[in-house]
Design a protein around this ligand. Sequence first.
Ligand code: SF4
Length: 478
Amino acid sequence: MVHENCGVVGIFSLDGHNVIPFVIDSLRALQHRGQEAWGIAVPGKSPFRRLGLISSAAAEFPTVVKKYKSHAAIGHVRYSTLGKSTLENAQPLKVKDLCVAHNGTIANVEELSGMVGGCTFTPQTMSDTLVAAQRLVMHLADKEDMAEAMHILKGEMVGSFCFTFLTDGGSVYAARDPRGFRPLVLGHHRETNTYMVASESCALAAVGAQLVRDVEPGELVKMSKGGISSQQFANEKPHAHCAFEYTYFAHPSSIMEGINIYAARKRIGQFLARKFPITNADVVVPVPDSARPAALGYAQELGLPFEEGLLKDRYSRKGSMRSFIEPYQSDRVEINKGIIPIQEVVEGKHVIVVDDSIVRGTSSAEIIKTLRMVGASRVSLVVTYPPIRYPCYAGIDFPSQEELVAYQHGVTEDSNATIGARVSQVIGADHIAYNDTSNLAKAIGMPEEELCFTCSTGNYAPLGIRPVFKSRIQMKGE
Ligand code: SF4
């Protein structure tokens, strides 16, 4: 099956400006959310889609800007939570006269595919976005109203979604799931009177647009010649904003639910220092890039030196990319080899390494080995996210329990300290201090019950499912 996380944008210029340059620049700003494929859709044409980074198609930009000239468009960057990285899985997708881009995961896609006659789908080709879009088009044909159609579709779907839609008539819509798992913001570019929605506010900033507000969970925003309007298609409480966005996934400059990601990460480091003060260390080193603010906060709180003891090789093919969201294990290992230690910073020292999470343990084990090779005398790992023991069915790619090192070495009733002790043996650390959900929620600045921690706690209530866990091969066909 093909499930999506990714980044989405939807843009409409009320003054009729060509928005394609905005789409390209805003997607580039969302590249950290997906590096496998990207695409743009405009009314009345087949979507333009490419594999790889947006920058690698730079030579095509002038042609794309001219050929797809439009005052209305949607765009997408893709990172597959399940399924193969092929062009046919790139988005936006088009079903009849509706183009769709999706960030999230529809967990009951097989059930939904039965409603659209999906018996020909295979586990490798089934796309949750395509199935949801086909079902939405069926409801639209019946109801002729997007909010009503979304209300019905929401009742049929289990999972997380931020959709942007584009009709051949030239209207742009954005819909966020009623729990608000994935982020979505609304912005406005004054000079061109252009409205836009995007997964993160960094995409607004990239084109000089102002952040207006978050799109509310359960809200449908419509942008068309008649202006901008909004309707609630569903209301559900409590919300379940993904806590992993705050520690790892989102860009540090972004603002979500009124909280700046950089400031939240720095606070997370400060709160960790109060909870796990390792005062006899010599230096605090972040794992680049997401953990930098947390490491700085940790070091400042304890008065320890903060140093960049690990650097990403920006010039190798994979070195500057993000390892966790790479779909294939060989690519993850190649990225980790692109992390270079600074011997002068760590040699002969007790090093506190601050990382945003331990998922499979691949990256952490490589980094610790590297630090020891250049002479670190002791390596303590401070982890901003609690142990990840359960698959995410709301859009992040740790789909099978067998891949999760904290699951392999810690069953449900174990404490974080016990899991830390076991995982430290596996990855070669002298000590691991894992954050907990309550400390993390306080540091983010949100009530714990408004955040999703399912991958740590195994509580799938926000999704309303009791999943039967499958292996990676069953889910991705690889
Ligand atoms: S399960 Fe984890 S990664 Fe998935 S939405 Fe919830 S907090 Fe985020």
